[in-house]
Design a binder for this molecule. Structure first.
Ligand code: BGC
Length: 739
């Protein structure tokens, strides 16, 4: 179904400029001081009345959601959440908006626009914490300009299954990479004197039956994988709030899990901020005793638990009273730490969409991954004829859907409604941002005759491809929150289209706009493959810049591209026959019994699973090509520091992502990313890289702490998780420590 909203004439002024990313950003980013804020919060709690103590603990979703809509407070902004303030004590209301890719559009109600960053996985493919910081700072500034003081960003669930419908929103399958990147993004968001979340805590690995799925995983496996990503993210980013997840863990809802919230987050890690619930994830009032501090979007829950009911409990029971004080103290700690009261966000701030668009474009450029190149790329700007096929590439680039959906300036260029039943039916559609790859290609290949075919008719597309020097097929895989993809194929007959075009033109390039990995049965037949993900507000110019070599591709895969679903720990996604109950409150047609057994792979998520199985993926974690070549040599490991030299051995400037892997520990094969660094190098230039290895990456979680056995630890530099250099051994002593 094609939509008349497609405007092929969308034309943006294309100023392809490279933004120097300065690491100064990361350095300037002062971590928020949670300790000082905590002391101030404790003093405020002492002044609060019993009524005031149940103000910060719950709030509504300030949106007309159907059904009885609670009255909208005068100062609420249409968005994800609203928690009233307490004027007498100078405590501001919390005004919350989604999410990690920009300020979300919430069904268009606010009638404003925001700058869309590329998808989370695209951001992560940059392997660049400084750039993550800049992206976070940019979207945080837009949230602030709209009057929001909480950005529900920081999505960092590990990608245990690439079919997860939110793969596009998350970052990576590795805990070190995910944690470092999310921490930097959170620092960026919070540099605007607003609070960022980190979410969804934890083990929220699939959308199918997401409120019901019960995750089984051993504590050690969880601590070494998903929880480690959160821990590193919290250390690096100091988020004011942790959003707990929808799923169950060992039979408990994550938002009422004593183990996750009290034991791990607050006791073991000493987290001082507050836990907010995901929307509609609070089962009962007891969740408060299990560690939940704030009930969000309360009209979506079976009841308002954290208001008067909580006040009554606190009035009669000292345990509840102490808990309620702690809940307030934690919310206030986050408010004070980010300076929400001293530097209040006000609606009506100015947004420089041109400047912010350039940040989005830079993220897209650094996140695009060149997967295959038979020397066809970069394309010559002198090309005489270029056929562009599919993907609405004459006017737009794809985005992912759900709560993170952003509307860029002018609204979407294409909206394709999605049918089907369930929670998300009617709410979501496939939306394409208004950024034209075709216009950007034409701007760089000025003399070329650039033609477009939408790809519905294969013979017609083939005809155009035959008449052109180069054929570029834009292939899409749409993902959305709320639904997993059934398999890793490109939908809608696109494989057939690509194969036919490739048979007709040896210079066929495939540009993928996918949420995550897809299978490529036509891989051998095409001259080049570029993974552009969902490339955001200025995806068109970013793609063109990579295709023509103005940008030397430097993205690396933050997750494995499997050759087939059979290689995954769960060849069939748990609950593929699941029927999601709807919001209408009728009898649930979804079964309550759905289990995800994460002990199959344990902490060996992604490439670690592939290494353990000896399975060969289509493209490994860490993989990505460049238009130049690099050599990393001279690896030396001393204790927990590694050093080596990276050299650009080719003819043009480029960026390498140096990757250090643990490959063996005390005679046991292992594969763990132990460190990474992105290095920009002029042709012929070299640089020494020093990495400090986080001992948790080398350790196992055992009996309540981290344990490193004494012995020889073997490391290797990797072009990716599979292409490893000469191993280097270092003897390390046994070590044991608490988290
Ligand atoms: C999502 C969260 C989001 C919240 C508020 C939930 O459905 O899981 O990521 O922040 O809605 O919109």
């Amino acid at each position: 179904m094609r939509n008349p909203m497609l405007r092929s004439s969308v034309s943006l002024a294309i100023a392809v400029s490279s933004i120097a990313v300065s690491s100064a950003h990361a350095q300037q980013a002062r971590a928020v001081d949670m300790k000082a804020a905590d002391a101030r919060a404790a003093a405020t709690v002492k002044q609060m009345t019993a009524d005031e103590k149940v103000v910060l603990t719950h709030g509504i979703m300030p949106l007309p959601l159907g059904g009885p809509t609670p009255p909208m407070p005068a100062d609420a902004i249409a968005g994800a959440g609203y928690i009233p303030g307490i004027e007498r004590l100078g405590i501001p209301a919390l005004k919350e908006t989604d999410a990690s890719l920009g300020v979300s559009y919430v069904m268009g109600i606010r009638r404003d626009f925001s700058t869309a960053l590329p998808s989370g996985v695209a951001q992560a493919a940059s392997w660049n914490p400084d750039l993550m910081y800049r992206g976070g700072a940019m979207i945080g500034s837009e949230a602030r300009a709209k009057g929001f003081n909480v950005l529900l960003a920081g999505g960092v669930n590990l990608m245990r299954d690439p079919r997860n419908g939110r793969t596009f929103e998350y970052l990576a399958e590795d805990p070190l990479l995910s944690g470092m990147l999310v921490g930097a993004a959170i620092r960026g968001v919070q540099s605007n004197n607003i609070i960022s979340t980190i979410k969804h805590f934890a083990l929220n690995g699939q959308e199918t039956g997401r409120k019901y799925v019960d995750v089984k995983i051993s504590e050690s496996a969880a601590r070494e994988s998903d929880l480690l990503a959160f821990k590193i993210g919290i250390e690096q980013g100091q988020p004011g709030s942790v959003m707990c997840a929808y799923n169950r863990v060992w039979g408990e809802q994550a938002c009422a899990s004593d183990w996750l919230l009290n034991k791990v987050l607050k006791q073991s890690w000493g987290y001082k901020g507050f836990v907010m619930s995901d929307w509609g994830a609070v089962p009962n009032i007891e969740a408060a005793l299990k560690g939940l501090d704030q009930q969000s979007g309360e009209q979506l829950d079976p009841g308002v638990f954290f208001g008067d009911k909580l006040k009554d409990k606190a009035a009669s029971d000292p345990t509840w009273k102490a808990r309620l004080d702690d809940m307030n103290r934690r919310v206030l700690t986050a408010i004070y730490a980010s300076g929400l009261d001293k530097n209040p966000a006000k609606p009506g701030g100015k947004i420089d969409f041109a400047a912010n668009g350039m940040v989005a474009e830079e993220v897209a450029k650094q996140g695009i991954v060149l997967l295959k190149n038979n020397s066809a790329l970069p394309l010559a700007k002198s090309a005489k004829s270029i056929a562009i096929i599919g993907g609405y590439a004459d006017g737009a680039v794809l985005s992912g859907a759900g709560s993170s959906q952003v509307h860029g300036e002018g609204g979407p260029a294409v909206v394709r409604p999605v049918g089907g039943k369930g929670v998300w039916a009617g709410f979501i559609a496939q939306q394409y941002h208004r950024s034209s790859p075709m216009d950007a290609i034409q701007a760089l290949a000025k003399d070329a005759k650039v033609t477009f075919r939408d790809g519905r008719y294969i013979a017609d597309a083939v005809e155009k491809a035959k008449q052109s020097e180069v054929a570029i097929v834009f292939a899409t895989q749409w993902q959305t929150e709320g639904l997993d993809v059934p398999d890793l194929s490109l939908p809608d007959g696109q494989d057939e289209l690509i194969a036919a075009v490739a048979a007709a033109n040896p210079n066929t390039i495939v540009v993928l706009e996918t949420g995550g990995p897809v299978k490529m049965p036509w891989l051998d037949k095409v001259a080049g493959v570029v993974e552009a993900w969902y490339p955001g507000a200025r995806g068109g110019p970013a793609i063109a810049s990579v295709l023509f070599g103005d940008t030397n591709p430097s993205g690396r895969l933050p997750l494995t591209f499997p050759a087939s679903e059979a290689q995954l720990p769960r060849p069939k996604l748990d609950g593929s026959d699941w029927v999601e109950p709807d919001f209408s409150g009728g009898p649930s047609s979804g079964s309550d019994k759905l289990t995800a057994d994460y002990d199959i792979e344990g902490s060996d998520v992604g490439y670690r699973w592939f290494a353990r199985q000896g399975a060969k993926p289509l493209f490994p974690f860490g993989y990505g090509l460049s238009y130049t070549t690099f050599d990393s040599t001279g690896l030396k490991v001393k204790g927990l520091t590694a050093s080596f030299t990276v050299k650009n051995t080719g003819k043009r400037e480029g960026a390498e992502v140096a990757q250090l892997y643990l490959v063996d520990r005390a005679g046991q094969a292992k594969r763990r990313l132990a460190g990474f660094q992105r290095v920009n190098l002029a042709a012929g230039a070299s640089q020494t890289v020093n990495l400090t290895i986080d001992p948790r990456i080398l350790a196992d979680w055992k009996d309540g702490g981290w344990t490193m056995p004494a012995g020889e630890y073997t490391f290797a530099l990797g072009k990716d998780a599979e292409t490893l250099g000469t191993p280097v051994k270092v003897k390390l002593p046994a070590k044991r420590w608490k988290d």
